[in-house]
Design a protein around this ligand. Structure first.
Ligand code: NAD
Ligand code: MN
Length: 358
């Protein structure tokens, strides 16, 4: 029997609540399947660790998880620590050295969940946003000088490489090709950002020639926000820069009903390093410790992890269980307008896994 070694890093805030729910559900799924099992290693890295050790994870942290089959991640973000320290010290400290350059963010309206868009159906809103996850605006290039003086200056330079752009656009074309509609939208801002974004457009045109069976168009990011709201049915697969896709995918999550259900995969497609799976949401300080965090984003991220591990049948079984549960408003957490707790939703999903008669 195959045993998958998973590094679980809950991080801060509701991260611990949703990751323990995810681990429970994955254990139930493996028990139901019988063909594989999980060995979870738990790492207490994050804000509390930082308060004790002055860093978000140990110096050899990456070496401790490099050999795992996948990483299940909660959230980096602590109320007492500046966000740029928690983000760069943990999440980006894993994503960037592990070259998880493809950040894949599916959005769909799950059964029982109401979109804030009027009259939109689940057939009209079924997207995958591909976010460049290794460079661009989050390359970390820049500096700050003369702090405390009126000469103070700061720069954040977005840095795009031809290799980095070509590989994410090629990844997106391949993903678009694998989906029924074979439709890709390349998002840039090449009117105002006249260097790197113009290079994106050029590279998109070049790569598109390898994919004559994929229909593609391009769109400026500001216009894209309007298209997502007004003409959601014209969109299928989307590729955009690190910053642009970060923003578009939060909008997508809200249009699909709640940030609490949105999943993401940080993929190293070459599999030189483990890939990382996490809900899109953050630490949610406003509801931490109340037991009402929506675990669906973590469950859906676990589905993506199963697909990546080569267990698509188990992945589909988990997704079906999640959809059976979201279809029942008794199992909606407060972010979806309901009264259910994290534990109730988790128990319902486990019950749906056990009682599935396939
Ligand atoms: P957030 O996602 O933590 O919260 C935004 C809102 O959505 C809050 O009202 C919250 O209660 C709600 N929400 C989020 N997830 C939910 C869930 N699972 N169930 C129910 N409601 C949910 O975003 P924020 O407030 O901008 O950030 C809080 C902290 O998290 C910050 O420190 C930020 O840096 C960090 N953060 C981390 C990540 C990450 O690690 N990937 C992502 C986003 C934010
Ligand atoms: Mn974000």
């Amino acid at each position: 029997m195959k045993t998958y070694r998973i590094a679980a890093i809950p991080g801060d805030g509701i991260g611990g609540e949703v990751i323990s729910a995810g681990v429970e559900v994955l254990e139930a799924l493996a028990a139901r399947d019988g063909g594989f099992s999980f060995a979870f290693d738990h790492f207490d890295w994050g804000g509390e660790y930082y308060k004790q050790h002055g860093r978000m994870m140990p110096e050899d942290g990456r070496d401790r998880i490099r050999g795992h089959d996948a990483i299940l991640f909660g959230s980096a973000g602590h109320p007492e620590i500046p966000d740029h320290i928690t983000l760069w010290g943990l999440r980006l400290a894993i994503c960037q050295p592990f070259d998880q350059y493809a950040n894949v963010r599916p959005t769909r309206i799950l059964p029982g969940i109401v979109s804030p868009l009027r009259n939109v159906t689940d057939k009209e809103l079924d997207w995958v946003i591909v976010r460049e996850n290794s460079e661009g605006e989050y390359a970390g290039v820049g500096g700050r000088v003369h702090q405390g003086s009126e000469l103070e200056a700061a720069t954040d330079v977005s840095m795009f490489t031809r290799k980095g752009v070509a590989r994410i656009i090629r990844f997106a074309f391949e993903l678009a090709r694998s989906r029924p509609r074979k439709l890709l939208t390349v998002v840039t801002k090449s009117n105002a950002q006249r260097h790197a974004m113009v290079m994106w457009d050029e590279i998109a045109r070049e790569v598109a020639e390898e994919f004559p069976d994929v229909t593609w168009d391009k769109m400026l990011v500001d216009a894209m926000t309007m298209r997502m709201v007004n003409r959601p049915e014209t969109i299928d697969t989307v590729v955009a820069t690190n910053l642009h896709a970060d923003i578009l995918s939060d909008l997508a999550a809200a249009l699909a009903g709640s940030l609490g259900i949105a999943p993401t995969a940080n993929l190293n497609p070459e599999r030189d390093y483990p890939s990382m799976f996490e809900p899109i949401h953050g630490s949610a300080f406003d509801i931490t410790g109340q037991g009402i965090a929506n675990p669906v984003g973590t469950f859906w991220s676990s589905v993506m992890m199963l697909e990546h591990l080569g267990e698509p049948v188990a992945g589909a079984r988990l997704m079906q269980a999640v959809e059976r549960v979201t279809a029942d408003p008794r199992f909606h957490t407060p972010d979806l307008g309901g009264k259910a707790t994290t534990a109730e939703v988790t128990a319902a999903v486990i019950e749906a896994i056990r009682s599935a008669n396939d």
